[in-house]
Write a protein that binds this ligand. Sequence first.
Ligand code: FES
Length: 321
Amino acid sequence: MTLALALLRLFLGLTFIYAGLDKLIDPAFLRAAGPGSIGAQLAAFTRESPLSILVQVVAQPFPILTGLVISVTEIAIGLGALTGLIFRLSATGGAALSILFWLTASWAIKPYYYGPDLPYAAGWVTLAVAGPGGRFLLDGWIASHLELDPDAEPMSTERRQFLHGGILALGALALATLGGTLGAAVFGRPNGGTGPDASPSPGTGQGSDGPTAAPNGTVVGTVAAMASQGGSLYFQDPQSGDPAVLVKLSTGKVVAFDAVCTHAGCTVEFDPGSRLLICPCHGATFDPARAAAVLGGPTNVPLASLPITVDTRTGVISLSG
Ligand code: FES
């Protein structure tokens, strides 16, 4: 039994530390907008999560801070599971965070058993109820190395918990700082790259000027530019700041969609072979010929359509409205 609990602690602890570090190292994550950013993910959550209002009020105004808090909390919870320090609080935190992820990031995954967060929550609840299991715990080592004076009165439970919490917090902050520094050094996260303007529009074909205002709306591309890009063209939606994509259907009609995947906010890519929009993160597939209806993958929410007009004389495509 204690070995089983130790294995569960090992798996969940390492997974949460990895998840926290991965977010900090990923150069795209800690940004307010753009493909793979926490800002794009929060925007996706507001479209379908039952916690939409909470996300809009609490998290969306502070996307970078939200991303940082989630990352450091994941690392602290993972360390708590591995070391056994303030264990039940760490396991309860792991359960709460997993349920939060289920209600946001995994909510669109149908059927629910394809989503990862409920099983994580079940694992954390098991640890919170069962405790650390008495093996591979750091508190014994701390007692022998940090509670130095053997003649002193034994430390009270509150003081001991406080000490353990402090060690855990310091460890999490040190690891997070290391991960963030590594992300900036190795992957070159751009300084100040946290606003919508800083996010690249993949495959845009519009040059660096981006969409331009025109009397009938905002010009986002031309039919000729689409042809040179294999039938699609990316641009940045000036209203939402999201990446968006124009697709020329086999009928010749041009359609436009918000390119932020309705699962967890990655940017979908146009596949010229199948003429479908496919998410590189978890494989959600959308059919542009059927209003971006979902053909497969962990979401059942189509991409948002964007209204456009095409000037048949000049081939200029504008966002209307
Ligand atoms: Fe998961 Fe697109 S973000 S399928």
